[in-house]
Design a protein around this ligand. Structure first.
Ligand code: BG6
Length: 492
């Protein structure tokens, strides 16, 4: 579709930026915070521990001031569950409770809308020791946590996100440091039991939010990116549909419509990996409705039919898929680290010759952003909030005291342009919060992989002075926000 005139961004569009607690706060075992799975995992070799990160815990006021200077309308951050409930349930940590009051108040004082992720990869370690999400008690624990934070912060927070990237935790959890399974006989079954329990916890939390906070809005926050077939070969199309189902639609079909995606269900059934569903679960999932869909978009991925696997399967009379995928696009390094864990069907990843790559090998596909937005809108018809999108790079503080991250401006401009086209296509959007507001620790590539609008002066192991510097992209984004998305020109 070629338009002569593009639609404008909505008037109250939430131009924001994102972080997550365990990657930005530091003070990971201070002031009464209990350890999370992130604090007890072994960090990847050559990457920093999580004790300081960007030191946001101590410097949040300065950081929020800088965000206000940039003109941000929203700040999306997460609450560290084990900072407010050090053991996951039970005893409450008053200092942790106070920290998030202070942070939310600081945002509100600067007219920045707080968008709160309830859980971003940091399950309390004590809950993990008790079986984590595989143990159904974790659902109740999440509800206890939800009740506490709704009670504490509900009068000040309008936008809530349930679980960040549940799909990535299920698909590449080993690399993010989130999931292991006790089901040694059939790990796939264990993983999808955890997944089911999380979906249930999410549904219950959405219901609770609507009961306790009638004016608030809540939604899921998976990582969504369309899957392309490598060619127009019909087998490749089936491969793409398979992976779309497993990577994307499973999570949104359940969050929005309350049913299991049938392709994924058939796949799990075939492998004796169906989750145990207690009476009443499906009714709860059906009744719980999100107010919007939040999702993180980094890129699309491309797959092709795995001919060898198809041959093997047809020899044993099974056409619908083996288990042989590694996502080598988004989270490529994450997936590479879990060699041998083949959980996703008779397809394999393929390179997309049409998309350039970041310095860290992630594909860049702004047009894929538009098609992903269109697809999500046409499947679910709920307003969309983008909670992550961004470019990880080796940013450098130059001798002029600046960070000339023109590559990030280029990346963001292209994505914002495509988002505007999606709005012109009729997609309803409420906000855009790129990753990340400020430099922080990557999930598995340390401090050297920077995403922030604000530079933090530290290296992987040398904390230097942690001084903040606004990158060029932050001045450019300020202009974008001031013009409500009209002015995407370069800085002059
Ligand atoms: C998303 C996560 O997957 O991508 C963030 O929600 C993460 O936590 C971001 O940091 C970028 O990924 P990475 O691996 O480069 O840190």
């Amino acid at each position: 579709m070629i338009y002569q005139k593009q639609a404008d961004f909505p008037e109250k569009f939430l131009w924001g930026a994102s972080t997550s607690a365990y990657q930005v706060e530091g003070a990971n075992l201070s002031d009464g915070k209990g350890p999370s799975v992130q604090d007890v995992k072994k960090v990847p070799e050559g990457t920093s521990e999580l004790d300081v990160c960007a030191d946001h815990y101590h410097r949040y006021q300065e950081d929020v001031n800088l965000m206000a200077e940039m003109g941000l309308k929203a700040y999306r951050f997460s609450i560290a569950w084990s900072r407010v409930l050090p053991h996951g349930t039970g005893e409450v940590n008053p200092k942790g409770i106070k920290f998030y009051h202070d942070l939310i108040d600081a945002c509100r004082a600067r007219k920045i809308e707080p968008i709160v992720t309830m859980y971003h990869f940091d399950l309390p370690a004590e809950l993990d020791q008790k079986g984590g999400w595989e143990n159904r008690d974790c659902v109740d624990a999440f509800l206890e946590f939800a009740r506490l934070i709704f009670q504490e912060y509900g009068s000040k927070v309008k936008y809530w996100l349930t679980i960040n990237e549940q799909n990535m935790m299920t698909l590449v959890g080993a690399a993010i440091g989130t999931f292991s399974t006790a089901d040694k006989e059939n790990p796939l079954r264990g993983l999808y039991q955890q997944n089911h329990n999380m979906l249930l916890a999410q549904a219950k939390a959405m219901k609770l939010c609507h009961e306790m906070l009638p004016d608030a809005k809540i939604g899921p926050a998976p990582n969504i990116g369309l899957i392309y077939p490598k060619t127009c070969r019909p087998e490749d199309m089936i491969a793409a549909q398979n992976f779309n189902a497993v990577r994307n639609w499973l999570y949104l079909d359940m969050a929005v419509n309350g049913y299991y995606n049938s392709i994924v269900w058939a796949y799990l059934k075939d492998r004796d990996a169906l989750p145990k569903i207690e009476p009443g679960d499906m009714e709860i999932m059906k009744a719980a409705k999100p107010d919007f869909i939040a999702f993180n978009y980094y890129n699309t991925a491309t797959v092709e039919a795995d001919d060898m696997m198809l041959e093997k399967l047809s020899a044993i009379g099974n056409q619908d898929g083996g288990a042989n995928y590694q996502d080598n696009n988004n989270n490529n390094q994450k997936a590479d680290q879990q060699s041998g864990q083949n959980i996703l069907g008779a397809f394999k990843s393929a390179a997309n010759p049409n998309t350039p790559k970041t310095e860290f090998g992630w594909e860049i596909d702004p047009i894929g952003f538009r098609s992903t937005l269109r697809e999500v809108w046409s499947r679910y018809h709920l307003p969309i909030l983008i909670t992550e999108n961004g470019l990880g790079a080796y940013d450098k503080l130059e001798s002029d005291g600046k960070i000339h991250d023109l590559y990030r401006i280029d990346y963001l401009r292209k994505h914002i342009n495509q988002m505007r086209l999606a709005i012109t296509d009729g997609v309803e959007m409420i906000g855009y919060c790129p990753w990340s507001a400020i430099d922080l620790i990557s999930t598995h590539e340390g401090m050297r992989k920077r995403y922030g609008f604000i530079f933090v002066n530290r290296e992987e192991f040398d904390l230097k002075d942690l001084k903040r510097y606004r990158k060029d992209s932050s001045y450019w984004y300020q202009k974008v926000i001031e013009s409500n998305g009209q002015d995407l020109r370069d800085l002059t």
